[in-house]
Design a protein around this ligand. Structure first.
Ligand SMILES: *[C@@H]1O[C@H](CO)[C@@H](O)[C@H](O)[C@H]1NC(C)=O
Ligand SMILES: *[C@@H]1O[C@H](CO)[C@@H](O)[C@H](O)[C@H]1NC(C)=O
Ligand SMILES: *[C@@H]1O[C@H](CO)[C@@H](O)[C@H](O)[C@H]1NC(C)=O
Length: 539
């Protein structure tokens, strides 16, 4: 096999170009000097480098010698401590060689943008080029273990239909895991049809980019580049108008607003598919919707920082965000973004409880990303000010299998029925721990039983039967020596419930029963209370 390969190579001179997944330098003095310059750059910027742009001449063109992208580079990337490691004519094997020869030694990048392969197109097969890209990724993972890697597809070149580019992109697109490696195929922005380049994005050589081409690259990549915990506005005009109308909503309803719904299109949909339920459940509670479709964590932060809640004094904020950060940010970073929103809400709405909702499944697929993020953000609750609710057991029948009639066809947004399920505000975890006491049926009501409501939400229940006097009240009131089952937490179903709404209790308690979690139910004229043993109420 090797002999045949060597024999073929002698016949086909291009084989000398190398194996795409084995490190090899370009063999010119110019290249040696470029490499030395990059080693110098590394030595000089160890302390401040945050982002690496890694690739060939198209990457180099951001700010290199002929520098078509320089103006944008200075504007967008210099302030973020981005350094360019693009070298003209480089192929996958050259990138590997440069890494193996120290270019990233001692660096600790947070992001690496990788774009490579176009110079391999004429000498290597699709599979071999993809193999080369994979090797670059492996080495990056090892050499820059704290970096998020943004892998860009090969863009069209030479103004012709090139199935090879699409085939390679299809293979390398699969290397993403949406945790560390993210993939972005920019071709729909660079060609009008397969192989038909958009003319003013390319220079005359139909390979390299104009300033406008770099602008497109930036715009398309920006969401992946975003920092989920730093406030950032969106650029669309309609979005700015929405922000203005929300500022007006704030000004108009300072006095009566009690509840803020804060989020993205799924929350916004309370005004669409969920409108009938919104009018029924939330309008009477003075709830207002502050959700904008497509928003990510950073956009919510920007909106808060730009006055949307100024002068409001809400009692409850329902926060549901993060689904639009999926595919652009790491789990940790998305959770960090949500944490920042919570921190800002605590200072901006100091009298509000915050109900943080987990991300619900999307795209009808198994997604441990969603699960992992929910696991992280669940730890942000303190059950005093911040409450967390993971609704996923209601939205999926098995991990990743969405309950169909809760979602519209895009498998992201909700139907009216989906909003009914989403109508979880009726649950409130009350402050105290409770005890369930048993006394003699002949005993009077003891003095230690609280007789009036304090400031806190409190439940006191006294039941006489022929067999017992049963008292449920906050644990701190109950003296030692009383026969008592301790440490129950109480979930109030915020009513008043319509007596016709049967099935609510069973829909709540059935999942608990399935998990062998003991529950104790107290029904009143207005509503119901579910008591759950303390060790279980955190679920
Ligand atoms: C790299 O740095 C060394 C030492 O400062 C210097 O002599 C050399 O000229 C630099 N090389 C390049 C290509 O900038
Ligand atoms: C590299 O950066 C990460 C954060 O991105 C940090 O946790 C780690 O300690 C840094 N490592 C070094 C060697 O500076
Ligand atoms: C905000 O509401 C709380 C009750 O939730 C009240 O105690 C406080 O005085 C109000 N603050 C302002 C500035 O209206």
């Amino acid at each position: 096999m090797n002999i045949i390969y060597i024999a073929l190579c002698v016949l086909v001179s291009n084989c000398w170009a190398g194996v795409p997944w084995k490190g090899e330098p370009q063999k010119t003095d110019w290249y040696a000097s470029r490499h030395e310059g990059l080693l110098n750059q590394t030595a000089e910027h160890k302390g401040d480098l945050k982002v690496i742009f890694f690739g060939d001449s198209i990457t180099e063109g951001w700010n290199g010698g002929w520098a078509k992208g320089k103006e944008l580079w200075d504007k967008y990337y210099v302030p973020r401590h981005v350094y360019n490691y693009g070298v003209g004519a480089d192929r996958t094997e050259n990138l590997i060689w440069r890494m193996e020869n120290g270019e990233f030694d001692g660096l600790n990048a947070t992001v690496v943008v990788l774009k490579i392969g176009t110079n391999n197109l004429f000498d290597n097969t699709e599979e071999d080029i993809a193999h080369g890209v994979r090797e670059v990724l492996y080495q990056l993972l090892r050499r820059q273990p704290n970096a998020k890697i943004i892998l860009l597809g090969i863009i069209p070149r030479d103004g012709k239909l090139d199935e090879k580019v699409h085939t390679i992109n299809a293979i390398i697109g699969d290397y993403k895991d949406d945790k560390t490696i993210f993939y972005l195929d920019m071709n729909s922005h660079f060609e009008t049809a397969s192989g038909v380049e958009i003319p003013d994005l390319y220079l005359e050589d139909k390979v390299h980019l104009t300033l406008k081409g770099y602008q497109v690259w930036h715009d398309v990549m920006e969401p992946l580049f975003s920092v989920p915990w730093k406030g950032e506005p969106r650029t669309e005009d309609w979005w700015k108008q929405r922000h203005q109308s929300l500022l007006k909503q704030t000004a108009d309803h300072k006095a009566d607003l009690k509840v803020i719904f804060f989020g993205d299109s799924i929350t916004e949909g309370w005004g669409g598919a969920g409108k009938a339920l919104w009018d029924k459940y939330y309008v009477p509670r003075h709830a207002y919707n502050y959700a904008i479709g497509g928003d990510r964590t950073e956009h919510l932060i920007w909106r808060m920082e730009n006055g949307e809640f100024e002068g409001l004094n809400s009692t409850l904020v329902v926060l549901k965000i993060g689904t639009n950060n999926l595919g652009a940010n790491t789990e940790k970073d998305i959770a960090h973004g949500i944490k920042e929103i919570l921190d800002q809400l605590e200072t901006r709405q100091p009298n509000a409880k915050i109900l943080l909702l987990g991300i619900i499944p999307r795209d009808g697929k198994t997604d441990d990303l969603v699960k992992n993020i929910n696991d992280i953000i669940a730890t942000y609750k303190d059950d005093k000010k911040i409450f967390f609710l993971n609704m996923n057991s209601h939205y999926e029948t098995a991990p990743g299998v969405e309950v169909p009639d809760l979602y519209v066809a895009d498998k992201v947004h909700l139907t009216a029925k989906g909003y009914q399920t989403n109508n979880i505000m009726r649950l409130l975890l009350m402050d105290d721990s409770y005890g369930v006491c048993r006394l003699s049926p002949a005993a009077p009501i003891p003095d230690w039983v609280p007789r009036s409501q304090s400031q806190r939400q409190t439940l006191v229940s006294i039941t006489y039967t022929t067999d017992e006097l049963s008292i449920v009240c906050p644990l701190q009131s109950i003296p030692n020596g009383v026969q008592c089952e301790r440490n129950w937490r109480c979930i109030k179903i915020i009513g008043p419930l319509d007596f016709g709404q049967i099935g609510i209790i069973s829909s709540l308690t059935a999942p608990l029963a399935r998990n062998s979690i003991p529950v104790f139910i107290i029904s009143t004229f207005d509503t119901d209370y579910i008591l759950v043993k303390e060790t279980h109420s955190v679920r």
